[in-house]
Each structure stands twice: as C-alpha cells, then as structure tokens.
Design a protein around this ligand. Structure first.
Ligand code: C2O
Ligand code: CU
Length: 493
C-alpha cells in the first residue's frame, strides 16, 4: 500500500477517492490511490446506555453500554470494494472511539484515541470513512478504555461480502460474548481489578450469542450454513465442539484459508478472532444435538442445542465449492525479509516461566526480566520487550521500512494465553514452536499458548503508527501493548 499521507489527510483523501468512479476489480500492486470508489454506504452508530434482554424471559433487563440500543450493535454489511462512511455519535458519559478490527484502512481512520484521532467527547461525533479492500468477517468496538466499554456491550459485526460469495443455504453471524453478571442481572462493576489484570482477564459467568443466552437453534437436514463466528469477549477463549457435525474452516480473521476441518474438530477462537465455518447439517429430522465448549479444563458448558426441523431441506449434503476467492494481500518475500524479535512477559507466575525459558534464551530475555522487576512496582503487569504501555502514545517498539517484508518472531514468556493483534495489516502465521503451520494462515490476531513461540510474516505496506497488543482487554490495559511504526513511502526509519 502506498498512499501519501499528509496532515490534512482526511479531507483530501475523501475528496480524491470519492471523486473517482471506475468499474472493475483489484489489480496486482496495491495503492490506496488505486482503490476504486464505488457507491458510498452510509451508516450511523450511536454509542449510549440502554437496557438489553440478555436472558430471554427474565424479568430484569441488563443496563448495557451499546450501539443504537442493541447488543450487538447493528450489523454493518457491505460488498468488497465499497466505501463505508460511518458517523459515530457519543451519547456516553465518557470519551470513546471506534476501531474497525481487522480492516486494512488508512491510519487516521483506525480509531485509536490520541494516536490516530482525538477521542470523541460526550455529545460529539466523528465520521469514519474508508474503502473495503478485503472481503470477510470483521467487527467494530471502541479503543478507549476498551476493557470496560467493550465489556459493557459496545461492539458489532462488520461483514464485507465477496463479489461472488460461495453458495450456501444460510449465511449467519454469531457474535460470542461472556458477561460477568451479579445476582440482580446487572453487570458486575469490578472492571480492571488487579486479579483479572494479572491472571487470565475478566472471565464472566454468562455466555451470549448475538446478545442472548441461547437455548436452541433450528436447522434442517441437508442444509449448508456458513457460520461467521466472532469472539467479542474481553478475555474468554471459546472452543466450540459441534457434536456430530464437522465444521470446515474457510476463513480466519476474515481472510480465506484452504478449507479444512481443524484438529479435534474443535473451533478455537481467542478474543477478537473470527472464524468462518461451513457446516453441513447431517443429522436426521427431529434430532437434537448439543454444542459444547470444553476449552477450559473442567469448565465445559453447553453452548446451544441444534434442533432439526421435522422436514428435511434435501437428502444429502451439497457438494458446492467452499474455497473463497483470495483477498488482495501482498505476499511477504521470506528470503528477503527483515527479522525482529518480540518477547511478552509479566503476569502472575511470570517469573517462573522466565527462569525456565531464560537459560535457553540468553541475555535479551534476562534483560527484559530485570526491567520487569522494576516496573512491577509501578503497577504495570505485562511487558512487550521489557516495556509496559501506559496509554496509546509511546515510542515505537519497532520501526518497519515501508514496502519491505518482515518476519517477527514472538515469544510468550508467560504462564497465560495471549491473543496478539496487529492493526492495519494481516500477517501470515508461519510457524509455531518451530513447526511450520499447515496453511500459513493469514490472521490479524493470533492466539499464543503459554511459552509458545510463533513466527509471523507480512509486508509493511500501510504507513503509520499501528497498535500491537494483547486482545485480552485487561492485559492490554495493564501494559501489554506497543506501537509499530511503518515509515512513510521513501522515508527511512
Ligand atoms: Cu480489536 Cu486494538 O483492537
Ligand atoms: Cu494477554
């Protein structure tokens, strides 16, 4: 990507792009200037407080913070290549922003308070506008005090349809969330407490699909469903077992992947991740199946029941093609890539893991450990390369030359899982603990297991300062965040 950014960016960019009206698809090399402005799709989102019915039939409603009075917020759905304009109004009592998670867009539209825009103050508004390059399943949420704003219900789905979608009977979105509700049905107000921040984040006690505690979901024999799963929880990792059904993964984080059934047939989503699956309904009429989530050992629960209608849709499953068309992502050149190391540390029991890994990893890690000890006293809990973030403005942890390929080797030197998210780019996941991945999946959020080492690769083709952080929102708030700078075209680091 290669658009020229200027301080007066916003107006110029809008005027320029929206005045071009050409037909046709994407071409090889990509530049923001080449993006062909199609119709502009306009939406309005109002962030505010509103009672919502998370538990059907319950007498009480839960006071949530949400977009347009609903959880999730309205689905924004456009076609690939279309331009999106969203006016966000802030009816909260505090500042907010909206980040378009996973969308590759110009930096000033990224919704990071102070870094890419001033936060939207109560009673005011901000208009986001960008072209959609990639088809896929994305979502939106505030980036201001996310651990509380997202935790209280501010999020919604953003679906970019392919020019020619694959054939299915139904295309559905399930946004998963996990709430910590008190006995009175209200959201427990203990956001950002020390225990959640230093362990595995704010795990709740009530799981919802599309803002409801689900009971049953009706399907028909022979039906093919494309299910877009989005994990909007602050901290809960979901692992969905579809019982007798084989979920075929066709996209991860919006990006197409060779259709495959995962190991154990379990669909695992760290916070902020999306997975599109195709599921053929192979059960018999009137049968009932239970979807469960066994991800946390000893804490398996029933997610929802699939209930088959008493008339089939068809007798056997269709053999339609499941492969999605590729998105216009630049392919990293692995033979000519710059290499970078990133180490995550901190948290409860972090010292132990560091000692363990320390011997094999040498000075850099031990250095990071030293500075960690010092900073623990200042209340910061998680560190990236020895630094804990305090807010969104910071010295870049990496400076990447625009247009070049980069390989980042990431080490999770903690005792916890972390879904690591990079803004403005999608990256290929090359390897885990030295073993090449089967599909070199494109992702924007990669779930790292404790002590895991993961290599990712991408072309730094989108200039600007981009957040790089753990999407367990309590970890992010307690320091697990950094800025990666991609230089302007022609600029040196
Ligand atoms: Cu989903 Cu930095 O965010
Ligand atoms: Cu984390």
């Amino acid at each position: 990507m290669n658009y020229k950014i200027a301080p007066e960016f916003t107006r110029r960019f809008f005027l320029k792009s929206s005045s071009i009206a050409l037909a046709g698809g994407f071409t090889g090399a990509f530049a923001w200037d080449d993006v062909q402005a199609a119709a502009i799709k306009t939406f309005r989102l109002r962030a505010g407080m509103s009672p919502v019915a998370l538990i059907p039939d319950a007498a009480v409603k839960t006071n949530a913070w949400c977009f347009d009075g609903t959880v999730p917020g309205p689905e924004i759905r456009v076609r690939q290549g279309e331009r999106l304009r969203v006016a966000v109004e802030n009816a909260l009592d505090e500042e907010t922003t909206v980040h378009w998670h996973g969308i590759r867009l110009p930096n000033p539209m990224d919704g990071v308070p102070h870094l890419t825009q001033p936060p939207i103050s109560p009673g005011s508004a901000f208009t986001y506008e960008f072209d959609t390059l990639d088809a896929g399943t994305f979502w939106y949420h505030p980036h201001q005090r996310s651990f509380e704003q997202v935790g209280r219900g501010l999020y919604g789905p953003l679906i970019v349809e392919e020019q020619t979608p694959i054939r299915v009977d139904r295309d559905l979105t399930w946004i998963l969330d996990d709430w910590r509700l008190a006995r009175d049905g209200q959201i427990s107000g203990d956001f950002g407490n020390m225990h959640d921040m230093s362990h595995n984040g704010r795990i709740g006690n009530t799981v919802t699909i599309n803002g409801r505690v689900p009971e049953t979901f009706s399907v028909r024999r022979g039906e093919r469903i494309r299910l877009r799963l989005i994990n909007a929880a602050n901290a809960r990792i979901f692992g969905i077992d579809f019982d007798k059904h084989k979920p075929v993964i066709i996209a991860i984080d919006g990006q197409p992947v060779a259709p495959h059934v995962p190991q154990d047939e379990l669909i695992v989503l760290g916070p902020a991740m999306r997975i599109d699956v195709v599921i053929d309904m192979v059960g018999d009429v009137s049968q009932r199946f239970t979807l469960t989530d066994p991800f946390y050992r000893g804490l398996k629960y029933r997610l929802v029941d699939l209930v088959y209608a008493d008339t089939p849709l068809r007798d056997r499953v269709p053999d339609w093609d499941m492969q999605l068309p590729a998105n216009p992502l630049a392919e990293p050149d692995l033979n000519d890539a710059e290499r970078h190391d990133v180490i995550f540390n901190g948290g409860m029991m972090g010292g132990m893991v560091m000692q363990e890994l320390g011997g094999s990893m040498g000075h850099e890690l031990m250095g990071a450990m030293g500075s960690m000890r010092g900073m623990m006293h200042s209340g910061k809990i998680w560190f990236i390369n020895g630094v804990a973030a305090e807010g969104h403005i910071m010295e870049p942890m990496l400076r990447l030359v625009h247009g070049r390929s980069h390989i980042v080797s990431m080490t999770n030197a903690t005792a916890w899982h972390h879904p690591i998210h990079f803004h403005g780019h999608s990256f290929r996941v090359l390897s885990r603990n030295g073993n090449p991945t089967a599909h070199k999946e494109w992702q924007d959020t990669v779930l790292m297991a404790p002590k895991e080492r993961i290599e990712i690769a991408f072309v730094a083709d989108n200039p600007g300062d981009w957040m790089f952080h753990c999407h367990i929102l309590e970890h992010q708030a307690a320091g697990m965040m950094g800025v990666i700078r991609v230089t302007q075209p022609g600029e040196r680091t």
